[in-house]
Design a protein around this ligand. Structure first.
Ligand code: GAL
Length: 439
């Protein structure tokens, strides 16, 4: 009987998304990888952290500062502990996170669910609790957890899920150990590149999951990630986020590793899609050299507040693929064009032009599930930050090559009487006397 009860309980627990009080909203912050890879030290990183503050981006919400790969020595200590690289962190890791905290940040770190990190530094497989204790003692409360150098199946006898579950178990154990540490439970960001459909199960283990391989700072890479995301947009909500990978905004003209070639419009599309799909937004550029355009994109508060909506957790999803592709067609070069969703501030639309030339794009308001058919809406442009009058039914926008239009619509009352057709959908539209208007 007892085992039956446990079984039922187990089943109930296994379907619930994790909510241990941290990570309700997508993480906003800075991550070292896209710009520095392994080439950094505490001085370089603190200069970045100060630039986040200087550009008003901490105030805009970018509260995490995250170390990615390559911060440690290649070998553990005699006691098996990870050792911070003293050449990179001469003041020590604790002093580094204290400085971050005094600037106003929370600190994040990186490890791996295998023997080594992708850069060849110690991974946490078999050392989960020990490494978690090290990271916590250093002052970190967020852990990105990678998928390189994985043990043989006949050693683990569990799947990707199992390797990540080991760290989840260590986090739970640490959080329930008395006396409770004053630190909140470690946030866990899974990074298994979408290998095993993490959007289905990873919310049981952590607060976010990468859905693709590594991003690159050029348009084809962004289009491909947006295309993959279009098929799983509904698998994200409070406490569990599909992570479209760290931002490449700003990585042009020699900045970033590799340095990229995103145009202003491409960078806007990148940021808009990532934010409205409710992905974590992690800056990955050299902010000490950032242009005003880069700062303006990253600091778009109209878009950030939708990403950080405290009441609506869902992401935008496509309602029409448009372009040359039929609906639901996988096309890494031409992702879905027309997207919609709800927010606390109004109905959101996003139109992406993946063609190489400017395009007129049009949609009917009632194509969005979130619009009330029969009403007119005021249009607010989330990039020009202007109110552009009211619309009834059709919306037309001119979108530059690889560009985006992002609109927020607010209800302004009923349409003029007599606008035809009388129903948004053709079938079953009926006069009050019961006679079909359509069919
Ligand atoms: C990759 C990961 C990147 C970065 C890198 C570090 O596996 O996807 O985001 O963390 O490892 O080596």
């Amino acid at each position: 009987m007892r085992s039956q009860v446990l079984c039922i309980l187990g089943a109930a627990i296994s379907v619930a998304a994790l909510n241990n009080g941290v990570g309700k909203l997508p993480a906003l912050g800075y991550n070292t990888w896209n710009v520095f890879q392994c080439d950094y030290n505490e001085t370089v990183l603190l200069a970045q952290a100060k630039s986040v503050v200087k550009h008003g981006l901490l105030k805009a919400g970018y509260e995490w500062f995250m170390l990615d790969d390559c911060y440690s020595l290649k070998n553990r200590s005699a006691k098996g502990e990870i050792i911070a690289d003293p050449a990179k962190f001469p003041s020590g890791m604790k002093a580094f996170t204290s400085q971050l905290k005094s600037l106003g940040f929370k600190a994040g770190i990186y490890s791996d669910s295998g023997y080594k990190t992708c850069g060849g530094f110690p991974g946490s497989y078999g050392h989960e609790a020990q490494d978690l204790a090290t990271f916590t003692s250093w002052g970190f409360t967020y852990l990105k957890y990678d998928n390189c150098y994985i043990p043989f199946d006949n050693i683990t006898q569990e799947n990707v899920y199992g390797r990540y579950e080991r760290m989840r178990a260590a986090i739970e154990e640490a959080a329930s150990t008395k006396p409770r540490s004053s630190a909140p439970p470690m946030q866990l960001a899974l990074c298994e590149w979408g290998w095993q459909q993490p959007w289905i199960w990873a919310s049981r283990l952590g607060q976010s999951w990468r859905s693709t391989g590594d991003i690159r700072p050029w348009w084809s890479a962004l289009a491909s990630i947006i295309n993959s995301a279009s098929f799983i947009a509904s698998h994200t909500n409070f406490y569990g986020r599909t992570d479209l990978d760290m931002l490449e905004v700003g990585n042009v003209g020699g900045i970033g590793t590799p340095s990229g070639n995103l145009t202003f419009d491409e960078a806007k599309t990148h940021f808009t899609a990532w934010a409205l799909l409710k992905s974590p937004l992690l800056i990955g550029t050299d902010l000490t050299q950032a242009t005003a355009e880069t700062v303006a994109i990253l600091g778009n508060e109209d878009i950030l507040r939708i990403n950080q909506d405290p009441n609506v957790g869902e992401a935008l999803a496509p309602f029409r693929w448009g372009g040359n592709a039929a609906d639901w067609t996988f096309d890494a070069r031409r992702p879905a064009s027309y997207w919609t969703g709800n927010s606390s501030y109004g109905v959101v639309f996003m139109a992406i032009n993946s063609e190489d030339e400017v395009k007129e794009m049009a949609f009917n308001l009632t194509e969005s599930w979130a619009v009330r058919a029969g009403r007119v809406y005021e249009v607010y442009d989330l990039w020009s930050h202007t109110r552009n009058g009211t619309v009834a039914r059709e919306v037309k926008v001119t979108v530059p090559a690889h560009g985006v239009s992002a609109l927020l619509l607010s209800d302004k009352g009923p349409e003029k009487a007599g606008m035809e057709p009388y129903c948004a959908g053709w079938w079953q539209c009926t006069w009050a006397n019961g006679t079909y208007y359509s069919n």
